[in-house]
Design a protein around this ligand. Structure first.
Ligand code: SF4
Ligand code: SF4
Ligand code: SF4
Length: 737
């Protein structure tokens, strides 16, 4: 992910866009922050925000025209938030922020301010804050002239303000001539005096054709706009004095926009009306609490991963990028990058369609490319993929090379239960002419792990073999395989087993009676409405009453297997599965073998759809428990042997004895029995082993691909008792003394 791509993705996340009130306020007042502070009772912080956000705050909060109210979504069906009243409450009740003493002397630039009114006063306040001492021309004699007619502004407040603004300045109560003004290094004209610059002025900078002369347009009638104009004129004048660009980074305030979407489901409410002139503490809190704190984090409640690491996806993308470009120091976000299931749910719910999963995947590819992908994150799934491609891959083609149909169930279905593959194949051969069966892996673990080149090799080989079979139509039983194959096969070539069964008829007739079941769609089928409907049709036809999972169809979630999170962040994967089963009202039915495994592992009764479709009429069978990773590997071998009339291999579990706790513990760490047996067999036939003193317990190791696996064992009859096993990535170097 390069800088350009990062910015492109970051820009898609609107979480940092301003709330509606702030976008509408010419001064950009942080209304959301103000409400949040007041609702939390932190009035001092609220006051600091108002003082920072508004010029002449004590005046403005009394007379502001509140354009924020027009934009506030609370106003759509009830009352918008009373922002000006909240500002005033904060100013009158919060402690004044401590001012840092300034030891800097005033600036010596010769500048002038001409005019009166709110814009002139705001400009003067800003100039003084920047340590300028302008010459002030007030042609009508009163800087606050127009404001005196407004009864909302107490006379003493105006007088105090003027005294503060004009203190120590040279004030002339006459109109200056243009010649006189030409002697100044910079001038702001802010009223309707005859001096108003007659030529064109810039809408944003108020620059005139005379360098250093900035002239404001006729008063707008909007106090907030006037105050804003005063500030913009001062910014122009300052840039002019510094020789900086007047335009850089500036847009017309009214152009500032927000891409936020107003919430649909807000409860209308009435504004809190103050009993007196201003709010009491309770009234201010009540009014502030009505604020929706508008921001976009729509994706958060949907995704445990986004909740896990906190902050907006914008922050995630920045973190991914920083993690990739770091030269020195630790890459602390590696696990974070590998903990996204790549499920695409965020893109589905996000108003701009931002797919954090895509950013995570691109980052993984970069990590692999630059050698920074921690090998442990995806070690087991990649080993498992290699085993599925090399040891248990088989093709059964009764047509001798030109089948019309190819059943490709993937590698996980037979690992869960070999019978689901063999019986589905029998079902297809009973109903279709010339069907071949190919059990293998589509390469998804390589793709999810960021090993795109490896994935492309697997997929290219797949396509080559499919072409060698005469390009048959493909029936899939795994939504991940289905999605990946559809990327490469001509349209309409791949169909799911569920659509096929829905068309050709149920494998077994009659009802399987079960209580209501919750249907859960796999995340890789979120876009596949046809497959989702076929699953539901089939279940109904078997007499089952269905309930939808609260998050189903396009907004279904991942079980924790996707993106290899079950391996990179097992704890998060378990919590994802647990949250999902807890939200299901009933035992679940799924059409993905890995969803079934991960939900079953939580203890929640979960059927694979084939468990129900292939059962004879009658009571539904009890859902199978999770078989364990070792047994899944054995299941694949058994399937291959059964289907190809090969010898059914002896299962490692027949040769090993260990207590259930240890078996579970090893399985959880993907130390599988087949590999344990391999280490023992090597040691027993002359490989390295150590013997514990005065016992028959041996410690042996073997280097299996990139890991060293250690096994502590002792003989027990004609089997081996396993005391412990562990693995690491250090290389053991044998030294001969
Ligand atoms: S839904 Fe999430 S990713 Fe999309 S804009 Fe909102 S915060 Fe950003
Ligand atoms: S609800 Fe609150 S944050 Fe949203 S626009 Fe209104 S005042 Fe601003
Ligand atoms: S792809 Fe899925 S897991 Fe990743 S951030 Fe989006 S919703 Fe969350």
């Amino acid at each position: 992910m390069d800088n350009r791509r990062m910015r492109e993705l970051e820009e898609m996340c609107i979480q940092e866009d301003p709330p509606f009130c702030q976008a509408a306020c010419p001064l950009g007042m942080d209304g959301r922050g103000l409400c949040s502070d007041l609702a939390a009772g932190t009035v001092d912080k609220a006051r600091a925000k108002v003082e920072e956000g508004l010029p002449l705050p004590l005046l403005l909060c009394r007379i502001c025209d509140e354009p924020c109210r027009t934009a506030c979504p609370k106003g759509r069906s009830g009352d918008a938030i009373s922002m000006a009243l909240l500002e005033r409450y904060s100013l009158e009740n919060g402690k004044a922020p401590r001012k840092r003493p300034s030891f800097l002397s005033p600036r010596t630039d010769r500048i002038a301010l001409v005019g009166s009114g709110l814009a002139a006063m705001a400009a003067l306040e800003s100039l003084r804050a920047k340590r300028y001492l302008p010459q002030v021309y007030i042609p009508d004699g009163d800087l606050a002239a127009q404001l005196r007619e407004d009864k909302r502004l107490p006379r003493d407040l105006l007088d105090e303000t003027l005294e503060r603004l004009l203190e120590g300045l040279n004030v002339v109560t006459e109109s200056p001539s243009l010649e006189e003004l030409s002697e100044f290094g910079g001038v702001v004209i802010a009223d309707e005096s005859p001096l108003r610059y007659p030529g064109p002025t810039d809408d944003v900078t108020f620059a005139t054709e005379v360098t250093g002369l900035f002239s404001l347009p006729l008063p707008s009638g909007s106090p907030s706009t006037e105050a804003r104009r005063g500030l913009e004129a001062v910014l122009s004048l300052e840039r002019h004095l510094q020789g900086a660009s007047l335009e850089s980074g500036r847009t017309k305030k009214t152009d500032r926009n927000t891409r936020l979407k107003a919430p649909e489901d807000d409860t209308p409410s009435k504004a809190t009306v103050p009993r007196g002139e201003t709010y009491s503490s309770e009234e201010a809190t009540a009014e502030a609490a009505r604020c929706l704190l508008c921001q976009c984090l729509i994706c958060h409640p949907w995704c445990l991963y986004l909740q896990e690491y906190g902050g907006s996806p914008r922050k995630y993308i920045r973190t991914y990028h920083n993690n990739l470009i770091i030269n020195k120091g630790n890459r602390t976000a590696n696990r974070m990058i590998d903990s996204c299931t790549l499920c695409g749910l965020c893109a589905e719910v996000c108003p701009t369609g931002l797919d954090v999963g895509q950013a995570s995947l691109e980052s993984r590819r970069k990590m692999v490319e630059t050698g920074h992908m921690p090998p442990s994150h995806h070690d087991y799934p990649l080993r498992d993929m290699a085993s599925a491609l090399e040891e248990t891959d088989f093709l059964l083609d009764p047509t001798g090379g030109s089948p019309e149909w190819l059943f490709f169930p993937g590698c996980q279905l037979g690992a869960s239960e070999p019978r689901w593959v063999s019986e589905s194949y029998r079902y297809l051969t009973d109903r279709l002419e010339s069907v071949a069966l190919w059990v293998s892996c589509c390469g998804a673990p390589a793709r999810w792990g960021g090993r795109e080149a490896l994935y492309m090799d697997v997929m290219d080989l797949w396509i080559e073999r499919w072409e060698g079979l005469g390009r048959p139509k493909v029936v899939t039983a795994c939504s991940t395989c289905h999605g990946l194959l559809k990327e490469r096969l001509p349209e309409g070539t791949a169909v799911t087993l569920w659509e096929t069964m829905d068309k050709l008829g149920l494998p077994e007739e009659g009802d399987v009676s079960a209580e209501t079941v919750t249907v859960s769609d796999p995340c890789t089928a979120r876009d596949d409405r046809t497959a989702q409907e076929a699953v539901r049709n089939l279940l109904r036809r078997r007499g089952l009453a269905l309930e939808e999972h609260p998050r189903s169809g396009r907004t279904t979630e991942c079980c924790g297997f996707g993106g290899l999170v079950f391996s990179a962040n097992p704890d998060l994967a378990k919590r994802s599965a647990t949250r999902r089963v807890q939200e299901a009202g009933h035992p679940m039915v799924v059409s993905c073998a890995m969803c079934r495994e991960l939900y079953s592992r939580t203890g929640h009764p979960t059927w694979h759809i084939l468990e129900l479709l292939l059962s004879p009429e009658g009571k539904a069978p009890s859902p199978k428990p999770f078989p364990g990773w070792s047994a899944r590997r054995e299941n694949r071998k058994r399937l291959k042997a059964d289907m190809t009339s090969g010898t059914v291999p002896k299962e490692p579990s027949e040769s090993l004895v260990m207590d259930e706790k240890l078996r579970q513990n090893l399985d959880d760490r993907w130390i599988i029995e087949e590999e344990i047996l391999k280490v023992i067999e090597e040691a027993q036939s002359g490989g390295p082993r150590l013997r514990r003193k005065d016992s028959d317990v041996y410690l042996a190791y073997s280097v299996l691909s990139e890991r060293t696996l250690w096994v502590e064992y002792s003989p027990e009859g004609d089997r081996w008792r396993i005391h412990d096993s562990y693995s690491h990535r250090m290389t053991i170097q044998e030294v001969t003394r």
